[in-house]
Design a protein around this ligand. Structure first.
Ligand SMILES: CSC[C@H]1O[C@H](OP(=O)(O)O)[C@H](O)[C@@H]1O
Ligand SMILES: Nc1ncnc2[nH]cnc12
Length: 292
């Protein structure tokens, strides 16, 4: 059985809109989890439905801590999105992952601490696996789209998610790189990736490298004006990659072979008669497939 693909793109710093959508409309989507970062741009591209949400809002309103991650993922799910592609500005811990390159992230270390990280809780407890937090099928498609766009792509990498908003100290930067084996650093992919898994959405993450964080002896400390300069070039490449996805993914979607779209199948522990009706109502979009 197939369903209809709807590609959701969450645009990070420097990527606040995408061009070329047919019937493009900015839509306000209400969510029981709060107000999303901004309206969502919907339309079709080469016959495939698309939805674009600027993570920080147009005009960069939300800090990494205040991005309404639950409202964003819930709103995309509510619209019918099946596959989420996150595009983010990141620092690099690897010489060979240079500014201007893109990394298809496949692992995360979550060091964020001031964010709501789950749709579930008292009255409906659920535990999903995030051992493999990104969808291999969607990630492979993003890699292919990037190569086709002529971008210097890297397949796989571990993303250190920090709270921010300050960049890392030199000691932290060296520890993440040398002891923890991280490849890139950013402030936003967690809890986003965990929430996408709870919402049974395939999730892939593209890290657009903007800087070498602070570890690199020849590059000194992170400078936001340098980041913005690199971002301007990266954003065009990011848009090019994204607009190649509809042709590669197609409008008909088979069930995810990695089970992302069935993540809640055996995850909910709370007995039906002990579930909180108010929380159940809020979970209508995210967990409706298994709860309703
Ligand atoms: C502009 S530098 C720091 C800022 O950029 C990244 O945002 P996003 O992941 O949404 O592209 C990083 O995580 C910080 O929020
Ligand atoms: N060095 C860095 N650390 C955290 N987030 C970033 N976003 C872009 N560069 C970054």
């Amino acid at each position: 059985m197939t369903t209809e693909t709807m590609i959701g793109v969450i645009g990070g710093s420097g990527l606040y809109e995408i061009d070329g959508l047919e019937n493009a409309t900015w839509q306000a989507v209400e969510s029981p989890w709060g107000t999303p970062s901004d309206e969502i741009l919907t339309g079709t591209l080469n016959g495939v439905k698309m939805a674009f949400l600027p993570r920080h809002g147009r005009g960069h309103v939300h800090s990494p801590t205040t991005v309404p991650y639950r409202a964003n993922i819930d709103a995309l799910k509510r619209l019918g999105v099946t596959d989420v592609i996150s595009v983010s500005a990141c620092g690099s811990f690897r010489e060979e992952m240079a500014p201007g390159d893109f990394v298809v992230v496949d692992q995360f270390i979550d060091r964020t601490f001031a964010r709501e990280k789950s749709f579930f809780g008292t009255g409906c407890v659920a535990h999903v696996s995030v051992a493999y937090p990104t969808c291999p099928r969607l990630s492979a498609t993003c890699y292919q789209a990037g190569e086709a766009a002529g971008i210097n792509m890297h397949n796989g990498g571990t993303y250190l998610a920090m709270e921010g908003p300050q960049f890392s100290t030199l000691a932290e930067s060296k520890m993440y790189r040398e002891s923890w084996g991280c490849d890139v650093i950013g402030m936003t992919n967690m809890p986003e990736a965990k929430l996408a898994r709870e919402a049974e959405l395939c999730y892939a993450s593209i890290a657009m490298i903007t800087d070498y964080d602070s570890w690199h002896p020849e590059h000194g400390e992170v400078d936001v004006t340098e980041i913005i300069k690199t971002l301007m070039g990266n954003a065009d490449k990011g848009r090019d990659l994204v607009t190649r996805l509809p042709d590669l993914l197609g409008a008909d979607r088979a069930p995810c072979e990695h089970g992302c779209d069935r993540a809640l199948e055996f995850a909910i522990l709370t007995a039906p008669d002990k579930r909180d009706p108010a929380l159940m109502a809020k979970l209508d979009a995210v967990a409706g497939r298994v709860l309703m």
